[in-house]
Design a protein around this ligand. Sequence first.
Ligand code: PHE
Length: 341
Amino acid sequence: MDLTDIEALEARFNGELQACADDRALTALHDAYLSRKRGHIGEIMRQLPQVDPSVRGAVGQRANALKRRVEEAIEKRRAELAEAAQQAIVDLVDVTLPGIRPRRGFIHPISQTRREICRIFMQMGYSIEDGPELDTEYYNFEAANIPRDHPARDAQDSFYVTDDLLLRTHTTPVQIHAMERRKPPLRIIAPGRVFRRDATDATHTPMFFQVEGLVVGKGISFAHLRGTLQTFAHMMFGPDVKLRLRPSYFPFVEPGAEVDISCFLCKGNGCRVCKDSGWIEILGAGMVHPALFDRVGYDRKEVTGFAFGMGIDRITLLKHGIEDTRLFFENDYRFLSQFRS
Ligand code: PHE
């Protein structure tokens, strides 16, 4: 071996370097020349002892110089490739264009109301109960004391999936599920979707939201119901709001009432929202019918209870003075973004 061998190796390296188009090829080239055990330059170093002593020094120096040059050349080529890749991206992307700002999501107004209602009742010690949206006739009607001939059971008003299964028409069946699952005392609210086959108009949609409340225990009275709803109305609509209960009929309560609040917009003077009556109906309520206790195995001589149910959509409409509930479901960003909190 002599100097010409090293020159030949260098020429070969230069050619191979030019052929390297990416990082992986460069790494392979690096190993082929510089790997201690298998590299070409290492091989020269190993053969040095057999070289003619008169040229050994020169050959050794030349080999070392080649080693440094190979190292530098590979690094230089690596940097060039990286620069070229960067430039390719810059050519592709116009970094001076304005960015596209992603729109931040926010809570739907109906969900905001639901959360507010839940928060108020949770402060009063209620826990949140969940129930199935698809339920049996038994839970939706029978156990809630709604007899076979009741108009609400008509297939015209409910979405039946099978003869026995329907989309719940109210959240009242959650009362039954909750009582079957637990022993009294009980203090729950159950928010959720309900479904009715109403024609869609400004105040009706086939799906809407209710919150059901249920309290059962020893000595629970109508006064507790009234006090609870009064507290709720104050927290929800303001401290000046008055409550009015009108006798009404729901098969699952006795006595039953419809509950109005004094109009929080006109303070009772008459306006568009209260239709000049000064009062706004917000919910149905009453004392739990003892027949419900019988069905779930509660002792009607031991416990009494009250229940109420309200429409979340309706309360949201009222709070914001909105006239058409369909707006909530059209998902027009311009409408919904007004309720960004
Ligand atoms: N379930 C009744 C409705 O959907 C509301 C209600 C619930 C009334 C509880 C009284 C007691 O209209």
